[in-house]
Design a protein around this ligand. Structure first.
Ligand SMILES: Cc1cc2nc3c(=O)[nH]c(=O)nc-3n(C[C@H](O)[C@H](O)[C@H](O)COP(=O)(O)O)c2cc1C
Length: 172
């Protein structure tokens, strides 16, 4: 599969098969996260991979009762230990973690696995379930597993609404 095919094939999977992810595939997916770029190459991301059924159910409840994520083979709890703010004023933690998560999503797509980003969750409810210490930010969750739904055409804005050249020339 090419990168282009993985980009086009990825979608938010919200129905999963009750099937464990093979260690070899999980290793390859986590390696994709490890190789992601990060500001100053800090690599301050930390990932807790939750596969235990009861823990997944608890995390799903903490994710605003999005129970479909409990059916995924794994829930990745994506954290950052960074409080570094770049010169541009942006904190690196959510940016770096987001890049690594999308690496995971694309590698997963190549390996036939589905993913769904989960931002609707309560960090302080997730924290005790997986033992994330108080000083560590839980940035995002990611459901990862074998899909039991299938690819849908993504709904996206037309290019001219989101891109312009040389000078800002958007209507709004
Ligand atoms: C930062 C972020 C947070 C998201 N949170 C959720 C979520 O909590 N629950 C959910 O079902 N989907 C969530 N999504 C998935 C988006 O709804 C989805 O990416 C968007 O609708 C586009 O659909 P597609 O991923 O299938 O192309 C999230 C996506 C991102 C990038």
């Amino acid at each position: 599969m090419t990168v282009t095919e993985a980009i086009h094939g990825r979608y938010s999977c919200r129905t999963y098969q009750d099937k464990a992810i093979e260690k070899q595939k999980l290793d390859a997916i986590l390696e994709a996260a490890r190789l992601a770029p990060s500001a100053k190459n800090l690599q301050d991301w930390r990932f807790v991979v939750v596969t235990d059924k009861q823990s997944k159910r608890q995390v799903a409840k903490a994710a605003n009762n999005q129970m479909f994520i409990a059916d995924a083979g794994a829930i990745v709890v994506a954290c950052s230990v960074s409080d570094y703010v770049m010169r541009c004023g942006q904190a690196v933690a959510p940016i770096d973690v987001a890049i690594a998560i999308e690496h995971i999503c694309l590698q997963a797509a190549e390996l036939g696995l589905g993913t769904c980003w989960i931002g609707s969750f309560y960090p302080d409810q997730v924290r005790p379930i997986v033992g994330v210490p108080p000083h560590v930010a839980i940035i995002e969750l990611l459901a990862l597993g074998y899909p039991s739904d299938s690819w849908r055409q993504p709904k996206r804005e037309p290019m001219d609404k989101i891109v312009c050249f040389e000078k800002w020339s958007f209507a709004e």
